[in-house]
Design a binder for this molecule. Structure first.
Ligand code: ATP
Length: 483
């Protein structure tokens, strides 16, 4: 687990204009977040970096931007209408609702002890099950209670050992499967035929355009289609800041491969994901690869790696990499009656390609970036908070200030430097609020790598001071060199 506290990140994010609670002025809307001026800049920098690395800098990648609302047949064929569910459990006393697997996960030690009290631990400590979940054998208890072939009565355990965190009672409903898609109707008539959903993943907008891209470009295999955009999930209990939101953004790639070549492409994407974490400035020892065991994989996946990150809330999923076989294209082919086969150029060979899917969540990446960059140190006996963001992600790269804002000659010169630097760099901020110490503190907290100050010497020799965020050291450089 990271030793950065979640509340420090949340409070810095709000204080400095990165992220606010959605609809805050009306008391908020649970699971929604609004990005402020610096948050939107950081988010765009992350998304643009991804697009550059995975689309623009490659020859085998095609970008799309599909509609969020899609024909309901998309979600029937993909299995989302029937199976995109989480187990919902309610407190019978106050009506609070919880995700049952999270409730057990949060009380795993109690569940383990409970089984022990019942004298049933031997069943749990079954070698096969333990090797299936090498990280923590206790995790198997979640599957025992809630997996497809759940063996145990979860309500017995909860009623005996787990209190509702809202009202303190131990009185639980049976778990029910709850579909997480937001349903709506398209057009003025609300009937069965007009049902649509806010997409719960961007992937399906890629699969439905696979044929269009092949017809327009006829790329050689392997090739990928990439998309970034909003996804919506009616999470039972959104929590942990932006980590589990009801509206969030994904960056997904479906990489189409010949069926017998999937392994090499899978390895290629493992390596690319690692490059991505490095580019985000995440320390290598904070990211962990979890080879998802067969029992826990989605039914269509033959191999899945979850990349987990040490968040302040514990080690949790940052992104996923899955081999989805031909599951999606074969479904589309069957349900639409249109061929999804790919014909290898110059041969008679045809097949439905298989797919490797790296699926990145923007919010979880952004949260990992903030956690990795958050630092506290002491300067002149005072605590200092700063974000050591990589330069290419920082929302503001240079802050420009006149030393004193009531000296017109300094302000005029500073404005000149500011205008020239902004023309060249773009993300430059004018900052003359408060005294110079306050400005530095503010810029440190938003992660600005360099503060440029124009003082009386500047008027004499055309040099300015540049202060480095991480070391706080100041250097004098010529304006010409700076620009
Ligand atoms: P989890 O198990 O944490 O609910 P998941 O396995 O359902 O996640 P995927 O369906 O694999 O997630 O989605 C791909 C990525 O989208 C995740 O790795 C994550 O980065 C992001 N993501 C999924 N759900 C959310 C959410 N509710 N809020 C923010 N990001 C999310």
């Amino acid at each position: 687990m990271s030793d950065v506290k979640l509340e420090d990140i949340v409070s810095l994010a709000k204080r400095r204009g990165f992220i606010y609670q959605g609809s805050e002025v009306y008391g908020g809307l649970s699971g929604t977040w609004d990005y402020g001026p610096l948050g939107v800049a950081l988010k765009r920098n992350i998304m643009n970096l991804w697009w550059k690395m995975f689309v623009e800098d490659r020859d085998d990648m095609y970008g799309v931007d599909a509609a969020i609302l899609m024909n309901q047949k998309v979600w029937q064929a993909s299995g989302h209408v029937d199976t995109f569910t989480d187990p919902l459990i309610a407190c019978l006393s106050c009506g609070s609702r919880y995700r049952a697997d999270h409730l057990i996960k949060d009380n795993l030690d109690k569940a383990w002890d409970y089984r022990n009290e019942l004298g049933e631990l031997d069943e749990v400590i079954d070698a096969k099950l333990i090797t299936a979940t090498p990280d923590d054998p206790k995790d198997i208890i979640i599957t025992e209670y809630l997996g497809e072939d759940a063996q145990l009565d979860v309500v017995d355990f909860l009623n005996e050992k787990v209190s509702c965190s809202k009202c303190g009672q131990k009185s639980w409903s049976e778990p029910k499967q709850f579909n997480m898609m937001f349903k709506t109707n398209v057009g003025p008539v609300a009937d069965e035929s007009s049902i649509s959903y806010l997409r719960p993943e961007t992937a399906q907008g890629i699969f439905t355009n696979y044929k269009n891209v092949v017809d327009s470009f006829y790329p050689d295999l392997p090739f990928g289609i990439a998309q970034q955009g909003k996804a919506f999930r009616n999470e039972i209990s959104p929590r942990d800041f932006v980590f589990r939101s009801r509206e969030f953004e994904q960056m997904e790639i479906e990489y189409f491969v010949a069926p017998d070549k999937w392994q090499e492409s899978f390895e290629h994407w493992v390596a690319k994901c690692k490059e991505w974490f490095k580019a985000l400035g995440l320390p290598a020892d904070s990211v962990h690869e979890l080879e998802v065991p067969e029992d826990d994989r989605a039914h269509y996946s033959k191999r899945t790696i979850d990349f987990e990150f040490d968040y302040p809330i514990g080690r949790e999923e940052l992104m996923g990499l899955a081999y989805r076989t031909d599951f999606d294209l074969a479904n589309i082919q069957r349900e639409s009656g249109k061929s999804m086969e790919y014909a290898i150029k110059g041969t008679n060979e045809k097949f439905v390609p298989h797919v490797i899917e790296p699926s990145f969540g923007v919010e979880r990446a952004l949260m990992a970036v903030l956690v990795s960059a958050y630092r506290e140190d002491e300067q002149n006996g005072e605590k200092r908070v700063f974000l050591a963001l990589p330069e290419h992600l920082a929302p503001v790269k240079y802050a420009v200030s006149p030393l004193l804002k009531n000296k017109p000659e300094l302000v005029e010169k500073a404005r000149e430097v500011y205008a020239a630097l902004k023309k060249k760099q773009g993300n430059v901020m004018w900052d003359d609020n408060g005294n110079i110490g306050k400005r530095y503190r503010r810029q440190d907290e938003i992660g600005t790598p360099y503060c440029v100050v124009i003082d009386f010497d500047t008027l004499e020799d055309d040099t300015v001071t540049i202060r480095d965020r991480d070391t706080t050291e100041q250097q004098r450089v010529g304006i010409k060199d700076l620009i």
